[in-house]
Write a protein that binds this ligand. Structure first.
Ligand SMILES: Nc1nc2c(ncn2[C@@H]2O[C@H](COP(=O)(O)OP(=O)(O)O)[C@@H](O)[C@H]2O)c(=O)[nH]1
Ligand SMILES: [Mg+2]
Length: 285
């Protein structure tokens, strides 16, 4: 196979997807246009969109954009009515950034708007506080290209870690994760983590409807209920660089719990749904 130089951000000359989602191009055009060398062991065809929810993160964006790989297809920044220079800084750093102005409130609302604006076939969710390392994107994309539908970041899988969780958040996350595993037959090692990636077609199967920080939990539950193939990716969460978290442990923990209970009660109607195939790190499910 012939590999090419990495493409310029936002300028990848990929043909538009056809109505059935496949790329239509001639055999001769296919390799030069679609295959990019990503790492020593991976070449991919699908364009990757990175969605960044950002509310007053101007000071952190330089760190975030610096770690994004050059080969991604597009960056979609969802601005949560920031009162600082979030949008201007994003445009300075990544001139082709697609800015989506959020209409509602909350991280879930922002991500849903961002997903709708993506044109890539793979979507990666990256926080704007400097806690996520864009260099990990290749691991998520590798898992998806190798057969997973949903690549779920985990700070507690072997090789992952966190510098950014208080003991209360760790405990809450652990308990809620155990509840989700028990109620939905998953084998997750982490639950409320914002670094995840998936094929865009998954959105049709999980039909997101939430507004706040419960969004990741809802996604994690719905992919399981839909029988999608999930693979956990060890991920390291670094300290938020500037500013403070918008999450409130008790308030948002209760929102997460409500989502779990709501999804559980709907499960009787969804009887017969195929059990998920969750692959924990490095091992079989
Ligand atoms: N657009 C938008 N982004 C948000 C909103 N709430 C949080 N975020 C972003 O979501 C990401 C995670 O939020 P953060 O406050 O760091 O929560 P934590 O990571 O759980 O501590 C950050 O990039 C925030 O800027 C919101 O209401 N709208
Ligand atoms: Mg954060």
């Amino acid at each position: 196979m012939t590999f090419l130089q990495p493409a310029v951000p936002g300028r990848n000359p990929l043909p538009a997807p056809s109505a059935n989602g496949s790329q239509e191009h001639s055999a001769t055009a296919r390799i030069p246009d679609a295959y990019r060398r990503i790492s020593s062991h991976l070449a991919i065809t699908p364009p990757v969109s990175v969605v960044i929810p950002a509310m007053n993160e101007a000071e952190n964006l330089p760190y975030v954009f610096k770690t994004l790989p050059a080969w991604i297809h597009e960056v979609v920044l969802v601005d949560g009515n920031s009162t600082d220079r979030t949008v201007e800084v994003a445009r300075e750093l990544w001139p082709e950034v697609k800015v989506v102005r959020q209409r509602g409130r909350g991280k879930g609302d922002a991500l849903i708007a961002g997903f709708a604006a993506c044109t890539g076939e793979i979507i990666v969710m990256v926080d704007a506080d400097g806690s996520a390392d864009g260099a990990e994107i290749v691991s998520y994309v590798s898992a998806l290209v190798s057969g997973a539908d949903f690549a779920k970041g985990s700070r507690f899988a072997n090789g992952g870690g966190t510098d950014d969780m208080t003991p209360v958040r760790k405990l809450g996350n652990r308990v809620l994760c155990a509840v989700v595993n028990a109620k939905f037959g998953a084998r997750y090692t982490d639950l409320c983590y914002g670094y995840n990636a998936f094929w865009r077609h998954c959105l049709d199967r999980i039909d997101l409807d939430c507004t706040g920080f419960e969004v990741e939990t809802l996604m994690n539950i719905r992919v399981v209920k839909a029988g999608l193939r999930v693979q956990e990716i060890p991920s390291h969460e670094y300290l938020r660089i500037h500013g403070a978290s918008n999450l409130r442990a008790v308030r948002d923990g209760l929102r997460v719990l409500r989502v779990i209970l709501r999804e559980r009660s709907g499960r009787t109607r969804a009887r017969g749904v195929r059990r998920p195939s969750v692959t924990p790190l490095g091992g079989a499910s």
